[in-house]
Design a protein around this ligand. Sequence first.
Ligand code: PLP
Length: 443
Amino acid sequence: MTARAAQLTPAQMDAFWMPFTSNREFKAAPRMITGADGCYYTAADGSKKYDTLSGLWCASFGHGRPEIAEAIARAARTLDYAPPFQYAHPLGFELAERVARFTPKGLDRIFFTNSGSESADTAIKIAKAYWARRGHPEKNQVIGREKGYHGVNVGGTSVGGIAPNRAGFGELMGATHLPHTLLAENRFSKGCPEHGADLADQLEARIRDIGAEHVAAVMVEPMSGSAGVIIPPKGYLERLAAICKRHEILLIFDEVLTGFGRLGATFGAELFGITPDILTMAKNITNGAVPMGAVAVTEDIHAAFMDSTPLEYDAEFRHGYTYSAHPLACAAGLAALDVLERDDLVSRAADLAPYFEAQIHNLRGLKHIVDIRNLGLAGAFQIEALPGEPGRRPWQIALAAWERGLYVRFGGDTVQLGPPFIAEKADIDHICEVLAEVIPATP
Ligand SMILES: Cc1ncc(COP(=O)(O)O)c(C=O)c1O
C-alpha cells in the first residue's frame, strides 16, 4: 500500500473530492497516510507520525488492534450483510445490550446509525416525534449552542453553532442557540473553568421567548470538541439540566466525541452526574475501525413509540439506515468494547489526564498561545489569529509538526490534542516538546 500511495500522481488525485479539506492545498503537497499501529501513523515516505488526535477522536484505544481486525474479518466471512428493516442478525442485539451496559442507567434503548452526524439527526427526529406521540406536535423546536458541533447533516448543521459550517446553505432546519461558554476570564483554566455557570440561565430567556410548549429539546455536547475543546464552566451543565427538567424539555447530550472514555469517564454524563434523556455516540464505539453510531434513549421515550403504533406489523419509528447495525460494525463494536474493558482504558485515560494537563499548561507564555484548555485527555491551544488571515497559523503549525513527526489537528485558530488512551507520559512529553518548538517559530 505504501508504494502505491506514494506513487499517486496529481491526476490520480483529481477524482476524490476530499471532505472538510482545502483540496487545492492538500493535492499540491499531500500528507498521505498509508499505515497505522498503536499510537503512530506511517506516512507514504515511510516516516512515523504520532497520532495526537486518535485519528479524529475515534481511534482512542490505539490503532491496529488485532482483536478488532479479526472480529471484522470473521463477520465478513460469516455474514457480510443482513437487512436491518423487519429482519435482523444476532450481533445487533448483542452490541445494543453491551452498549446499554456502558450508557448511564436508564438510557437502555439503543438505535444504531453509521456516524455521529446520523446520530445527531436521529436524536433530533426522536425528540420531535416523541412529543408528537405524546400528543404535543407543536413542541418541536430544538435549542443548540453557539460553537456546538453536531455533524454535517441538516439537523446537526442547524442545531450546531459553528457559524461558517451553517453559512452558505440558505434555510436548513430552524433552531435557536444559547451563548457559548468560551470566556476571556477563564483563559488558562485547568479543567472546568470557574466563570460562566450563569450562562445556562440564558436558556430560561430563550424558553420565555419561544414558550416551553414549543421547545422539544436542548442539544449540547458536554464538552464542545470540534470548536476547540471548550470546557463547561463549573455548575453550567447541572443548571442547564435543571432548567430542562423544570420546563419538561428533553436534554440531548451529544457524546459522539466524549463517549467511551475521552474525559476519563465512560461518558460526560457520568463525569458530571447528569442523566440526559437522549445520548448520541459514534467514533470510539468501534475504535474508528468501521463507521458506526448509536443513540441511547430512556424507557419513557422508547415506550412513547411502542405504545402509539396501533398496527402490529407497522414500524414504530419510520427511520433507519440501510447500514444500521451493519454486521461488520457490530463485530468491530463488540471487539472494541472488549478491549476498552479488558485493558481498563477509561481508568488509564483518567490516570494520564493530570500529567497531560500539567504538561500542556507548561506551554503557557509561549509566543502565539493565548489560551490553553483541557479536560480528561482532551486539550487545545488557542492561537492568536494572524490579522486578516484567521486559521492560517494553526495550519502552518500542523504542517511544521507533520515534518517533525506529529499528526496534529488544526481547526479555526486552535490546535487540538486528543491522544490515544494508551499514550505514555513520554509521548505527552514528546508532543509538547515538538509543539513548544513549532508554535513560537510560526510567523
Ligand atoms: C459532538 C459531535 N457530534 C457529531 C459529530 C459528527 O460525527 P461524524 O463525523 O461521524 O458524522 C462529531 C464529529 O466530530 C462530534 O464531535
